[in-house]
Design a protein around this ligand. Structure first.
Ligand code: SAH
Ligand code: SF4
Ligand code: F3S
Length: 440
């Protein structure tokens, strides 16, 4: 029996793709191993969002080489966004890579591996964007013992925010057909999945079609998903504020299955910076959206992404971001120092802020965000939360672990038969990175 080893970095889009690769290889009698030294096929699924993420790929490939980790004749495959961005050029840096495939060609992976195995080619590269065809050629996803699952509803992005590499690595925005998405979700819930996480780089601008050719937008899709038997919780990511329509906000009001939290990346609180980023909304419009969301759900948790040190960001502009964080009172959020990316408009903008200043800014921002998130956690003390039990606790496997609607891990005592269920938990303790609770 042939074995494969897979390592995945990057966003949920990559995690979804990796799971589909697992299904595909299993179907072709190549089984997974977590020991790279046993693997006939080694697969690295990569992220190009910042330079550090990209360099990690090359460092890892060489580290495995220098540690003699690759089995003799192992076929080394690189997929994901670095593969897509650099394509054949990867071979110039790492000549022992055999297969280079992109996010849109994962369904061709077996064929590519076989071409190397048969000796026909030493290297095979296919990072093309054949639209959305991969979904038609992948086996139905398996979700054994899983309580939660990602479902990709769209690929790529056409927004071209000036700093972002995604439109170049995943291609232009294309939406998956409605029936295909709904069938996949039904298949998942029949296997016991309770929570569906709809994913795409910009889910709000989803515009799929039914088989008869009529269009369906994201709000409509949410109602269709909520109507599927067994769907107890819906999440979606990522939402671009520019496309967050009133209909989507209304769905928060109408559909209790939608989790009480939204990830709504703002990137900056300064209109000047937002303009240079090509984000196509203002600080005021963003605040207005958060107000509408709170009108729909008065206790919704809003998290965000922020880029610090974008080219030309002044101290005043950074302070506007700080004040927005306070004003919106974001919950747990991600922030990053700007990293210039190939092909993007921003990489040619003048950037004379020293790295030390950018670091100071990000520490300040992260301290504020963490403080606010911790405050939200403290407010949860004594409340009853709906918790999706996803397994046993990391530290103590006699205990269970689950996720609240606002994405916090909770540990509590309970029977293992509850794994995969949504249960009511009273929060009894708030720790730095998790909560403790008891079953009601
Ligand atoms: N589609 C999502 C973002 C996906 S990328 C959206 O539009 O909101 C995830 C996050 O990475 C972004 O929200 C941004 O904060 C960060 N990011 C993207 N490009 C970056 C860059 N060049 N430098 C630093 N951070 C970046
Ligand atoms: Fe990148 Fe902007 Fe598209 Fe998000 S919306 S993936 S930040 S280009
Ligand atoms: Fe990274 Fe590609 Fe996702 S660049 S963040 S893996 S879309």
């Amino acid at each position: 029996m042939q074995q494969f080893y897979i390592q995945t970095w990057g966003c949920q889009m990559n995690e979804y793709d990796s799971d589909r690769i697992r299904d595909l290889l299993n179907e072709n009698n190549i089984i997974e191993t977590d020991n790279i030294a046993e693997a006939d096929v080694v697969i690295l699924i990569t992220c190009a969002i910042r330079e550090k993420a990209q360099e990690k790929v090359f460092n890892q490939l060489f580290a495995w080489k220098s540690q003699n980790q690759y089995k003799e004749n192992a076929i080394v495959c690189v997929g994901g966004c670095v593969a897509s961005q650099d394509g054949e050029a990867i071979l110039k840096r790492v000549n022992f890579v055999n297969v280079i495939f992109g996010p849109q060609t994962i369904h061709r992976l077996v064929k590519m591996i076989n071409e190397v195995k048969s000796g026909k080619n030493k290297h095979v590269v296919d990072v093309s964007f054949p639209e959305i065809e991969k979904f038609d050629f992948l086996p139905a996803p398996s979700a054994k013992n899983k309580a939660t699952a990602f479902v990709t509803i769209m690929e790529g992005c056409s927004n071209f925010c000036s700093y972002c590499v995604v439109p170049f690595t995943r291609g232009k925005e294309v939406s998956r057909g409605v029936e295909g998405i709904l069938a996949e979700i039904k298949h998942l819930t029949e296997q016991g999945v309770k929570e569906i996480n709809l994913i795409g780089q910009n889910v709000n601008s989803y515009r799929g079609t039914y088989e008869d050719g009529t269009e369906c937008n994201f709000a409509e899709l949410l109602y269709l998903v909520a109507a599927i038997k067994g769907v107890e919780r819906i999440r979606f990511t990522t939402s671009n504020p520019h496309d967050l329509s009133d209909e989507i906000i209304q769905a928060f009001k109408d559909l209790p299955q939608i989790a009480n939290s939204i990830h709504l990346p703002v990137q900056s609180g300064s209109n000047n910076t937002l303009r240079r980023m090509n984000r196509r909304y203002t600080r005021e419009q963003y605040i207005q959206l958060t107000k509408k969301l709170r009108e729909a759900r008065n206790d919704i948790y809003i998290s965000t992404d922020i880029i610090v040190g974008f080219p030309g960001e002044t101290e005043e502009e950074f302070e506007e971001t700080m004040s927005l964080v306070r004003e919106v009172r974001f919950d747990q959020s991600f922030s990053f120092i700007y990293s210039p990316r190939p092909n993007t408009v921003a990489k040619d903008l003048e950037d004379n802020t020293p790295l030390s200043v950018k670091k100071e800014r990000i520490y300040k921002l992260q301290a504020l965000i963490n403080n606010q998130a911790q405050q939200y956690s403290r407010e949860m003390l004594g409340t009853i939360q709906k918790v999706l039990v996803d397994g046993t606790s990391v530290k103590d496997n006699t205990e269970l672990r689950g996720k609240t609607e606002n994405n916090r891990s909770v540990n509590f005592k309970g029977d293992k038969s509850l794994i995969g269920q949504i249960v009511d938990i009273k929060i009894t303790d708030v720790l730095a990175h998790s909560l403790r609770g008891e079953l009601i």
